[in-house]
Write a protein that binds this ligand. Structure first.
Ligand code: MG
Length: 301
């Protein structure tokens, strides 16, 4: 990294994933905790959450920034399903909600085993229509990112919503605070971030990898450890490299879990996504701002 370059090269393979001359741009600012960026190609726009401000924003490629939804039930993670619909995790209503093409909203999950969820954090949709999400307690710990409330679940789990029945099933209880999650390009591995070190430094800042076996997960293994802060949200590129949030920027890992390099940012990163006209622009939600940088890689989905 030099004064004007945001790149830290840890492995020569990283050079093929970036454009060394491309610079980090701050495309929007003024947020309290930017999270959950998702790109909608048909509309050429980025949606993202500003959790403590209880709003969702929309940024378009001509540089326009506007409100998408406010109040937003303390929206956190967002994704797009294969039909192009927005799927959002809400702390406020402790639910996972799909916005239909006509603008109406469908609650996909707000309970497990008869009890309310904690506060769904991040969500991903598999090509078979199943919806996988994490349920840590950040949104019920205080009134800052939701509504303070007692927990009803005995564990902070990862869940799967069945596409046919809509049933919510627990797929992992391995985490203190499960957070970001994403599939490998072949969807045979589910990666899940452990962010429990936010409140307990003894918890390792790891991303775990699980083989996907139908509607279940096989035994997990530690895939990578974040050496600056903790992993929150992340995405995979088409070659299976994992691009993770961290305190000092975006960390990029090979499919084998080798740290290839970092894109340093001035603010702590919460989440990121690939987008732009040709899918090669990385959008980074980092505390008070959203940054963008053109890269050679493109998103897996
Ligand atoms: Mg998160």
């Amino acid at each position: 990294m030099t004064e004007d370059s945001p790149y830290e090269i840890h492995d020569p393979r990283f050079r093929r994933l970036i454009h060394p001359s491309a610079r980090l741009e701050r495309i929007a600012t003024g947020f309290r905790w930017a999270e959950g960026p998702v790109w909608f190609p048909a509309m050429g726009c980025l949606l993202f959450s500003d959790i403590p401000e209880n709003r969702m924003m929309r940024w378009t490629e001509d540089g326009q920034l506007g409100l998408f939804r406010a109040p937003a039930d303390f929206a956190n993670g967002n994704t797009r399903d294969r039909q192009g619909r927005l799927v959002t995790c809400h702390h406020g209503t402790r639910s996972v909600v799909r916005t239909e093409h006509d603008g109406t909203r469908t609650i996909l999950a707000d309970r497990f085993a008869g009890q309310r969820l904690n506060s769904p954090n991040d969500v991903v949709v598999r090509s078979d229509g199943s919806i996988w999400f994490t349920d840590p307690t950040y949104g019920i710990m205080s009134d800052y990112e939701g509504h303070a409330a007692p927990r009803e679940q005995a564990a902070n789990r990862v869940y799967r919503i069945d596409p046919a029945s809509g049933e919510v099933a627990a797929v992992s209880e391995d985490f203190v605070q499960p957070n970001g999650l994403a599939f490998s390009p072949a969807e045979d591995i589910l990666y899940v971030a452990e962010s429990g070190s936010s409140h307990d430094p003894a918890v390792p800042a790891v991303i775990r990898a699980y083989p996907v076996a139908g509607d279940r997960l096989g035994p997990g293994r530690d895939f990578a450890t974040i050496d600056s802060g903790l992993p929150d949200g992340f995405r995979l590129d088409r070659s299976g490299n994992l691009w993770s949030s961290a305190a000092d920027g975006v960390h990029v890992f090979s499919p084998e879990g080798v740290l290839l390099g970092k894109i340093r940012t001035p603010e702590t990163v919460a989440n990121l996504t690939f987008g732009g006209r040709r899918g090669h622009r990385l959008f980074i939600a980092a505390t008070t701002s959203v940054y963008a940088v053109y890269v050679e890689a493109a998103g897996a989905v």
